[in-house]
Design a protein around this ligand. Sequence first.
Ligand code: M6R
Length: 358
Amino acid sequence: EKAGYKHFMAKEIAEQPVVLADALRHYVQDQHLNLPVDFTGVDRLTMVACGTASYACHVAKYWFEQLAGLPVEVDIASEFRYREPPLSPTSWALFVSQSGETADTLAALRYAKEKVAKIVSVVNVPTSSIARESDLALPILAGVEVGVASTKAFTCQLTVLALLALKAAVDRGRLDADGLAKHLADLASLPGLMNHALGGGDYPEIAEELAEAQDILFLGRGSMFPIALEGALKLKECSYIHAEGYASGELKHGPIALIDARVPVIVMAPRDALFDKTVSNMQEVMARHGRVLLISDAQGVAEAGSGCWRTLTMPQAPDFLAPILYALPAQLLAYHTAIAKGTDVDQPRNLAKSVTVE
Ligand code: M6R
């Protein structure tokens, strides 16, 4: 069942290039998006989910807003449903769930029914309650995910959401055929980039040292901020080490008080337009003797890696898709740190794969 891997989590991390390519084949045909949606006239998207699925929504917010100019609100389901948020009849609500059975997400969907123009869900289990109760359910095609820590479902959720954002950009007149073709070619390169990323990096050695820490911070800016949140959640649930993700620019508004030589700070920063800003936040950490692990591409590591405790070099990726690629080091750090700590990787204490209670 584990196909020679020690844990389902390792198997599911390794499967990502293959399942992501499957999802792309399903939704992209002959340079066209095979998505039965039309965003014309939609003036707002409300996205609701829990845990890792909610971080996929947070990344997608950057895409929908930047590529399609469509305003997006993201909420965690357990807050959304009790807040009684006003929803407009010209908006859509989008629910993201691996299992399709998460009680809070299902309740949020039921709340949104009749209040919005369309209920769309992005699910891994097409027969699930959330899929059945949606106007349209888009499968992520990740295959069965057994490990409690969501890995391949996350990157497949991101892929389907990226395609939806491109569809919205086309429908809203923000992206012409050439622009779409360029983004689709970039997406098609992702499985190869993922294979490359999965093949490198001295994760077991880094994890041995992370396993000694009491607290670990993850920093990211822009669409890398939700990946910092995901890195912290994955590490917490797998290794039981306290971890937090912050937007790099927020550091000086409080969390920098935590920094000393014992605190590893994992900085997720591809060499993009925000890189210099993130590096200056990273230098503030180093000035306080924080141990920085910089995750960047070769150019980023060459420009800013000196003085870092560790670096991990990722393949160069198109800016738009970097969050999907950088999910992999987040998963691998959590996995190897859990191994170093000797925790139950596939079934962490106190957690269930599908949370069907409120
Ligand atoms: O099945 P769902 O996607 O609705 O589950 C949502 C969360 O419970 C889930 O993503 C959880 O945060 C994972 N264990 C994280 O790895």
